[in-house]
Write a protein that binds this ligand. Sequence first.
Ligand code: FAD
Length: 281
Amino acid sequence: MHNVVCVKQVPDSAQIRVHPVTNTIMRQGVPTIINPYDLFALEAALELRDKFGGEITVLTMGPPSAEDSLRKALTFGADRAVLLTDRCFAGADTLATTYALATAIRKIGKEYGSPDLIFTGKQTIDGDTAQVGPGIAKRLSVLQLTYVAKIRALDFTARTIEAERRSEGGVQVLRTRLPCLITMLEATNQIRRGAMTDALRAARAPIVKWSAQDAHVEDISKCGLRGSPTVVKRVFAPSSRAEKAVLVESAEQPAEALLDAVFKHQPKLEADLAALAVCDL
Ligand code: FAD
């Protein structure tokens, strides 16, 4: 079995500072980490390899410094790391990101064997869109299971996978065919500590580096800023007039008292809710 895990290098959000004048995020000098959700995806792939054997390829699109995250993924036990790096990928929105990653996954399939499963995290902690996984699945025409909390079973002979998917209404148990893309939720498994042998191997392991040309990107105009239709019209800075109010003084406080306190602070809210209640009637 061959599984591909997409990992993104992101700024460590615990270390991010906001510029006091411009209110923009100050990224310079901020340490980077593997997007935390991607570690759960990697662990899910490692657990499957423990049971069924095979190989795991980790893939990232990013600047040359993203090699650090790939090396870290190798210390957890991934077999191979591919860094998709080229100036033409810079400034990519999700449309351009999925184009580049899907192209690289096709090339990975040709070089190292078609993937049975492609894993991504649920979302990143910097972009937060949660669009990249589904976008890759669409571009590769593979089935997708999103918001997966647990892989329950995998039948390699019948080529089916059964997974628990967390949804608003509860947990869905879904079964589908391989190949398939899975976006993995947080805290669904215990991320392992890498073995010493993996750490030693990771320190020396070659990282496969592909430019757009190496990855056989057919249309450069679909990459990076040029291939990104997303337009940022305005950045909203957090309001400095935000007010903090203590509304609950004890856990025993009745709900009515809490509502009274909320309405006292937000009188318009009470009127709006009353109007809605009349409409419902
Ligand atoms: P998500 O879709 O949240 O990521 C899901 C998973 O996809 C990840 O867990 C990871 O497994 C995989 N993945 C994502 N990126 C990579 C990568 N480079 N390499 C390998 N695997 C990856 N783009 C838009 O199109 N619309 C926006 O509104 C938008 N807003 C942004 C706001 C901020 C503050 C920032 C920093 C970026 C924004 N972007 C936006 C750009 C966005 O970060 C990029 O498109 C990014 O490459 C992928 O989107 P994401 O981080 O939201 O990924």
